[in-house]
Design a protein around this ligand. Structure first.
Ligand code: NAP
Length: 308
């Protein structure tokens, strides 16, 4: 469990208050923070309010929108995503967006700033264990833009004392999310490249508690991997989930399907030791615990784990 702070009146801004941002804001609000959640559309405002978060409308890439926010804020978390997208969107939301945010926050710097990056920056393809000291040299444009954004924040911490912390987040799953599992339930999953590649995952609620942990204890300029304890091969995951759902293993992907995969065929096992050393531990140490609810909901009525 993360050690929660006892402060009662900190003003915390969550930029990009979507899937992870909402869960994080709810956690921080329950711990006593005054939480504000920024997004461009009002779609989620009711859900934010229900979680104790004050919704704010604005675009992080627009300087004027930022200057209109009811700051200053004691702590800032950037959970905005490019909604997948390509290099153009990545550049706009992550790299240029972060430049704009740094410029805005120069006036009233927060005591901590957390940026959610991705473990996709590790390009290792040999199944090795990677930690924050391992090379992070992504091959694609989008990965390089994520790294450039991290570099910008680490340099701001080093050169200007800006209290930025980077969290490299693994594949997020949780209520309503979990791409491969959902594909399996729909009968669309495919075993890719023999299924030997490792998947690194993290439950949404554990991302939220990790953000809370680095807000309280993360070192300025530090990078932390945010991942559970259980990297698993694709075949291992599909084998377990198929068995739990009482289904046969899905078929193997064709060569064309494998080639079309966007993230590239990295294969690594990402370590969470550095984050754990801050006092954080995942509530869901692996996919078996984290997917238990989704498995139960997807099982045909009246069947057990083996479909009988
Ligand atoms: N999903 C994964 O598996 C994964 C893996 C590694 C890292 N991450 C990172 O984890 C973070 C959180 O991901 P998530 O799944 O919670 O994303 P999400 O559900 O897509 O939420 C992102 C939020 O950002 C808002 N947003 C996007 N552009 C914005 C802008 N220009 N100004 C203000 N708000 C903006 C969106 O709302 P509006 O559209 O209304 O603005 C949305 O509420 C992201 O940084 C993502 O890159 C995700």
């Amino acid at each position: 469990m993360v050690r929660m702070s006892t402060a009662t009146s900190r003003r915390t801004l969550i930029i990009g208050c979507g899937y992870v941002g909402l869960a994080t804001g709810a956690l921080l609000a329950a711990a006593g923070d005054a939480v504000f959640g920024l997004r461009r559309s009002a779609d989620g405002s009711d859900a934010l309010r229900a979680a104790g978060i004050t919704p704010l409308l604005g675009d992080l890439t627009r300087r004027d929108d930022l200057h209109r926010l009811p700051g200053p804020f004691d702590r800032v978390v950037n959970c905005a995503s490019s909604s997948r997208g390509g290099a153009v969107e990545y550049r706009e939301v992550y790299l240029e967006g972060t430049r704009t945010l740094l410029d805005w926050l120069r006036i009233h710097p927060p005591s901590k700033y957390v940026h959610t990056s991705s473990t996709s920056v590790y390009a290792q393809d040999d199944g090795s264990v990677v930690d924050e000291g391992s090379p992070a040299a992504p091959r694609g444009d989008t990965g390089r833009l994520l790294r450039d954004t991290e570099d910008l924040l680490v340099a701001a911490a080093r050169d200007h004392g800006f209290p930025a912390v980077v969290l490299r987040v693994a594949g997020i799953y949780g209520p309503g999310r979990g791409h491969l599992f959902q594909q399996l339930v729909r009968g669309e999953a495919r075993i890719s490249g023999g299924g030997t590649r490792h998947m690194n995952m993290i439950h949404r609620d554990d991302v939220a508690s990790a953000i809370a942990a680095v807000l309280d204890h993360g070192e300025a300029g530090g990078i932390y991997n945010c991942v559970d304890d259980t990297p698993v091969t694709q075949l291992g995951f599909l084998g377990w989930a198929s068995c739990e759902l009482g289904r046969p293993l899905p078929p193997h992907a064709t060569g064309a399907e494998v080639a079309a995969r966007k993230r590239g065929l990295t294969d690594k096992r990402v370590s969470n030791a550095k984050l754990r050393a801050l006092g954080w531990s995942p509530r869901f140490p692996g996919f078996r615990e984290g997917y238990a609810e989704a498995v139960a909901a997807a099982r045909p009525t009246g069947t057990g784990p083996t479909g009988t």
